[in-house]
Structure formats: C-alpha cells, structure tokens
Design a protein around this ligand. Structure first.
Ligand SMILES: Nc1ncnc2c1ncn2[C@@H]1O[C@H](COP(=O)(O)OP(=O)(O)OP(=O)(O)O)[C@@H](O)[C@H]1O
Length: 278
C-alpha cells in the first residue's frame, strides 16, 4: 500500500471521533458519490450535543457534501449517492423507513447566501411554522424566534416589511430565526458569514455562541479564525487524488478545536492550520 494511503487510513482510524459529550449525530463510513465520481470517503465521526463543530479543509474536500448528509439534502441532488450510516440519536436516518422531510424538520439549515422568502419579516417565520402544522400563538412564536436570533429590536416596528429589504447581516439572522422557529435539534450552517461584512459577521458569530445552549451546531467555514472563535470541536478534511485523477475528500483529524489548531496530530492538519496550503 502506498505510504500516503496508509497514513491516510491510520489517520481515519485514530482521529475520527471526538471523545466527549453525548453524540446527537453520528456517521459510520459515510461515502458520497456524484454519478461515478467519488466525492467523500469513509467519514466516521460523532457530533456532540450542544456543542459547535466546525468542518474545515481546502476547497473540494467535501465539507458541504457532508453537511448535506446530516439533513438528507443530498437526496435532492440528481446522481448523488450516500453510502454508510448516519445516525440521529439511535436511528439510522438513511433507512428506507425514515421520511426525509421529518429529518429536515429536526435538522435546520442556514445557507451561505441569506435566502429569506420574498415575504414579510413576520411571514418569513410564520410560513414555515404554518406549513409544519404549528397551532400555537403565532405572534408569540415570531417574537420569540426573532429575539432568539438577536433581531427583534431592529425589526419589531416593521414586521410587515419584506424580508428582502433588510441588510445582508439582518437577512442572515432572519434565516436563523426562521430555522430555529421550527425548534430543530441541530442547526447546520454552510459558511453563514461568507457574504457578510465584519460587523455583521461578529453579530452572527455572537448569536451562534448563544444558540449553543439550546441547539447543536455544525458549521462549515473557510475562515480558520472563525473556526477558532466559534467552535468547540473541529474536523479537518483533506482532498486526495484517486487513481482515475479525480479528487475525493476524507477526514484527517477531529478533535477539540484548541488541539487541532495548537497541537495537531497530523502533518497535513499542521500545514493547513498554519496556512501552508489550502
Ligand atoms: N451537485 C454536485 N454535483 C456533482 N459534483 C458535486 C456536486 N456538489 C459537489 N460536488 C463535488 O464534490 C466534491 C466536494 O464538493 P463540496 O462542495 O462538498 O466541497 P467543499 O469542501 O464544501 O468545497 P468548497 O470549500 O469549495 O465549498 C467536489 O469535487 C465537487 O466538485
């Protein structure tokens, strides 16, 4: 076996699981292909409850692909096949008995570009709640969700205005409010600050910290400073060339964030976090 392949396999076995906290999500040998092309190989990791886990690594190493495995969003991509197991608590939610829509209700998602509905601020929250059968006090739900997303003070007097009239940072907090209104267990965030200015980024990062009391958060980020600022655990992925010349991602190291950044166990991690590649 070539040395790099052996090192890669050893790394997968030694560093794949963070060893603290109860796991709310767990992957076992997850492999993802798009058509005939392997995108991600053998990912086994536990995601601890009420912690923030960052997924980092160079472009194309499969961070967003893995994130989409956590709420079965890959099901919606033609030709995408997920093998292995993804457990939510003790249920393999890739089992044929599980309804992907119910998975997405428990696992909320916030995307790179804020994508509010072209509806009023109020209805951005109320619409999803209604569709999901919410029967309680809607005004209270809207207020509570906006408060939780640290946006209420800025929008309480203009709830009838279109969500798209807000600034980018406010729109992203509106999308977070919309995601948490459905009371998910986990919130997935795919580079949620990449289109925001530094002030809005700071507000969203503060919000992510506050939300961890109630939610488990997984965040994909290109920004290593952001990973160190917001996350408790960090999973570093790398990309490798396969025999046919295409590139696939794999998990190199997964540990407490301080350890990954200050005392990485793998050479590839050390090079990446010190900015030598990626
Ligand atoms: N919808 C898709 N169809 C086909 N291939 C895809 C699709 N989405 C991703 N891929 C491929 O899967 C691999 C992993 O991509 P992915 O976007 O998950 O990586 P990433 O680490 O999130 O990258 P980036 O940091 O650039 O966003 C890449 O080779 C990419 O080209």
């Amino acid at each position: 076996m070539p040395t790099h392949r052996k090192q890669q396999e050893e790394a997968q076995n030694q560093h794949r699981v963070a060893d603290e906290g109860e796991a709310v999500l767990r992957t076992e040998n997850v492999k993802v292909t798009y058509g005939d092309t392997l995108a991600l190989r053998d990912v086994s990791m536990d995601v601890p409850q009420h912690q923030i886990t960052a997924l980092i690594g160079p472009s194309g190493c499969g961070k967003s692909t893995l994130l989409r495995c956590f709420n079965r969003l890959n099901d919606l991509i033609d030709g995408c096949k997920v093998e292995g197991k993804v457990f939510y608590r003790d249920k393999n939610f890739y089992s044929s008995k599980i309804d992907p829509v119910s998975v997405r209700r428990r696992i909320g998602m916030v995307f790179q570009k804020p994508n509010p509905f072209p509806k009023s601020i109020y209805n951005n929250i109320a619409y999803g709640a209604k569709v999901n059968g919410f029967k309680g006090d809607m005004d209270e739900l809207v207020e509570r969700s906006l408060q939780r997303a640290a946006l209420w003070g800025e929008v309480k007097d203009k709830l009838k205005e279109n969500g798209l009239s807000l600034s980018g940072g406010q729109q992203q907090r509106l999308c977070i409010a919309r995601a948490i209104a459905l009371k998910p267990q986990v919130v997935l965030m795919d580079e949620p600050c990449s289109s925001l200015d530094p002030v809005s980024t700071e507000r969203v990062e503060d919000l992510i910290h506050e939300l961890k009391e109630d939610y488990t958060i997984i965040i994909v980020t290109h920004n290593m400073h952001q990973a160190t600022r917001v996350s408790d655990f960090t999973a570093f992925f790398n990309a490798e060339e396969s025999d046919d010349g295409s590139r696939f991602g794999y998990l190199v190291e997964y540990d407490r964030t301080e350890r990954v950044f200050e005392d990485p166990q793998e050479e590839a991690t050390q090079k990446y976090v010190s900015g030598k590649f990626g």
